[in-house]
Design a protein around this ligand. Structure first.
Ligand SMILES: N[C@@H](CCC(=O)N[C@@H](CS)C(=O)NCC(=O)O)C(=O)O
Length: 210
């Protein structure tokens, strides 16, 4: 009898934890998935005992507990699949671009979208802020400029598909999810479609639909 996989991931459908799920699938690692309703803080208060932040992802691997979707993929690759082509090594020319994109996907591209979502859809009517929604939608599109330039003549951010594409790709999926997807520059929309055509992406989608 096989032991239960040691790696556990707490996830809500299509939330940032999708990055960790997608990375697990692309790396081919066994894991146990805990699917939670969103936001877990409200629907599953006992989740706060697992993760006091109340956010997803939460990855638990023995004594290791992680809550940042970009760092989780790096951790899994470094610890379990060090030779994977999904990471870029320090001696490779694209190392800086790789690290930059890994963080850019979350800090620069996802963050403004969460303000759009919150102040357009999630807050009660009287707390909604159309000016915030407009300003941060504009911020998001302006911050896509790095990606648009980077994709000129390239299929991926580096010379192959990597965790950086998962980080940035998730931000583009979120854009589609919150109704900003139609306004993506064509080169970015084509890149998003390429990422969505991957088997690993399909497996992650299937995993989260139970
Ligand atoms: N920087 C973190 C952000 C994690 C985060 O804020 N996740 C959101 C979902 S996309 C969340 O759990 N929100 C629920 C809440 O704040 O109650 C990451 O990249 O994982």
């Amino acid at each position: 009898v096989d032991a239960a996989p040691a790696i556990e991931l707490w996830h809500c459908v299509d939330a940032r934890s999708f990055r960790a799920l997608w990375a697990l699938e692309e790396l081919g690692l066994p894991y146990r998935l805990h699917l939670l309703p969103f936001p877990p803080r409200v629907h599953v208060p006992e989740y706060l005992e697992e993760n006091p932040l109340g956010t997803i992802p939460l990855l638990v691997d023995g004594e290791t507990r992680m809550t940042e979707s970009g760092a989780i993929g790096e951790y899994l690759a470094a610890r379990y699949v060090p030779e994977t082509p999904l990471t870029v090594k320090p001696q490779e020319p694209d190392f800086g671009a790789y690290l930059n994109a890994l963080h850019y996907g979350e800090a620069t591209l996802t963050f403004p979208q969460t303000l759009v979502l919150r102040y357009r859809d999630l807050e009660p009517q009287e707390r909604r802020q159309p000016q915030v929604v407009e300003d941060y939608a504009r911020w998001f599109f302006a911050r896509l400029r790095w990606l648009t330039a980077r994709l000129e003549g390239r299929a991926h951010i580096c010379d192959r598909f990597t965790l950086a594409d998962i980080s940035v790709g998730y931000a583009l999926l979120l854009a589609a999810h919150i109704g900003l997807g139609d306004r993506l520059p064509p080169i970015v929309a084509a890149y998003r479609a390429r990422l969505q055509a991957r088997d690993g992406y399909g497996r992650a989608r299937a995993a989260q639909s139970g």
